[in-house]
Design a protein around this ligand. Sequence first.
Ligand code: FAD
Length: 377
Amino acid sequence: MDFVIGQDDAALRDAIRRFAQENLAPGAARADRDAAFPEGHFDSLAEFGAMGLNLPADYGGAGAPATGLALAVEEIAAACAATASSVTAHYLATDAILLGGGEAMQKRWLPDAAAGRKLGAFALTEPGAGSDPADMSTLALREGDGYRLRGTKHFITNGGSASFVTVFAKTDPTPGYHGISAFVVAAGTPGFEVGVAEDTMGIRASRIYELRFDCLLPAENLIGEEGSGFRTAMRVLDRGRVEIAAVACGIARAALEAALGWVRERKISGQPLANFQAIQFMLADMKTELEAARLMTLRAAALRETGERFTREAAMAKLFASEMAQRVTDLALQIHGGYGYTRGLPLERYARDARILRIFEGSSEIQRNIIARSELS
Ligand SMILES: Cc1cc2nc3c(=O)[nH]c(=O)nc-3n(C[C@H](O)[C@H](O)[C@H](O)COP(=O)(O)OP(=O)(O)OC[C@H]3O[C@@H](n4cnc5c(N)ncnc54)[C@H](O)[C@@H]3O)c2cc1C
């Protein structure tokens, strides 16, 4: 019995680990090579019940506690980081409706999302507004009984496959956060166009798209109240950052496990690589950093469960875990020597996949801003 991980969470983690290793890991290298959205992964995740892990049972979700959710996401990422990125983007989209929307809206969108019949995307970033959402220029101004949504979002995960997108736009164009509101836009809405996918360095199967809007939306598609969008986005991102920290732990763990296998097999000067102290010290540092990141992730998740604010803890977990994943995947590649640099082994993929974690859902610099602001306040 782990003193941090309870029995229910451990059971969920073990079930997801078996599922992910059987159903996701075998297709990860091909999905990366082809940069193709792995439809089959999502069918099996839906069948397994993992598309609604973040949602309450009332809406057909698993109602998993935040700690169990983090452990589950780590397992998905250890098997296929691109799939984990797309799944967590789906969780962002549904969390926006869960946290910001009223009951009618939740009933309309969440059961299909929880069952995996509908995939979600979360559209905050724009070409001119990444780290600071206040810079956004997408507008949603009143027109008739509804809103005219006009603008462009980019780098949107799942944008080409999603059935619905939660979109952030200004209902009040004056500068600042107060005028940001959130909407649900269904795929196929007239005036909603999906651009081409970006060609990315890592998590290549988790496709990101430009989304263009010039649509008339009914008022019922507004999530919550006008002006509540920034608060909703920040609450959603607090949750999302714990999940990204879990993704980091998953990628790093896969890299560490590969390194542990390699050092036992690979012989240099007639002895296993594992005998060299320089290598042992690398492995020791990798394991220690991974454990520290997982503990920070679970602490932020546990705090979320108590209902207390966990913004700072989520930022610290995301910052530390994403930077840890880069160090650990790099060391794992180094331990494999030239073999690690080839595409025949997954080490170079782990290193590429880990890199995005320091950028999206708030870069490392933005996490440091959040942490420093909290300490100084
Ligand atoms: C693979 C991928 C998937 C993504 N998925 C989504 C998605 O599903 N939905 C979505 O809405 N967005 C998504 N994004 C967008 C992502 O969240 C943004 O790229 C990220 O927030 C950074 O914004 P930016 O790229 O505009 O960089 P910028 O905001 O231009 O930042 C450039 C640099 O300046 C630094 N910087 C910015 N502000 C400060 C500051 N105050 N102090 C110090 N340094 C600062 C940043 O850390 C960064 O290093 C995705 C991006 C990628 C690449």
